[in-house]
Design a protein around this ligand. Structure first.
Ligand code: FES
Length: 200
């Protein structure tokens, strides 16, 4: 007589030793996915806008980080009053010759420190950053700059041995009937910056 074999029972297969446990991954819905994209776009835009504002607002150069007397070649002074000024990038100044005389202007804008350029066609300095404008003598015309361009204390030495220097107000040094050809030495003290009063 045949005997009934015991019923076989099956147990769920255990994960193989060392295998990673199964993870139930649920994909985001279409709506969630769009939210993520939208959020990432907003963050990216805000980041770009913030970086742009910081870049625009920061001064390009720090004022007053150098000093000392700078010798300027007198033959480079514009011969005619009203002629385009001469830039001296190493000393960070411009030398102007106006109807009132000769003066050295600090080449840094008094707003946030950009470098105004002389625009010959307009006969004035124009700052590329926020549009401040200055006359040949550095006086303010328009724009956010609080005052005219700063001046450096300057001394002119003439061929007869006499000298003339910038006064406390930073006014141009008058030539008093002499010409630039009579100037044999120009000393520009980049450590002594004279600030004009704020414009009204
Ligand atoms: S730095 Fe702003 S106008 Fe020159």
């Amino acid at each position: 007589m045949a005997t009934a074999s015991p019923a076989k029972t099956t147990t769920p297969a255990a994960p193989a030793k060392g295998a990673a446990p199964a993870v139930d991954v649920s994909l985001p819905s279409r709506r969630e996915f769009l939210y993520y994209i939208w959020g990432a776009s907003i963050v990216l835009l805000l980041g770009q806008a913030t970086a742009g504002i910081v870049w625009f607002a920061l001064p390009r150069f720090k004022e007053g980080t150098f000093g000392g007397v700078f010798k300027f070649d007198p033959t480079r002074i514009p011969e005619t009053p009203g002629a385009a000024p001469i830039s001296e990038p190493i000393g960070r100044f411009w030398v102007s010759h106006t109807d009132e005389g000769v003066l050295a202007l600090y080449a840094v804008c008094t707003h946030l420190g950009c470098l105004p350029k002389w625009v010959d066609t307009n006969g004035r300095f124009e700052c590329p950053c926020h549009g401040s404008k200055y006359r040949l003598d550095g006086s303010w015309i328009e724009g956010p700059a609080p005052r005219g361009m700063d001046r450096f204390s300057t001394t002119l030495v003439f061929s007869d041995g006499s000298t003339a220097s910038t006064n406390e107000a930073g006014a141009a040094i008058p030539l008093n009937g002499r010409t630039t050809a009579d100037i044999v030495e120009v000393q520009i003290n980049t450590g002594n910056r004279i600030l004009l009063p704020p414009h009204a």
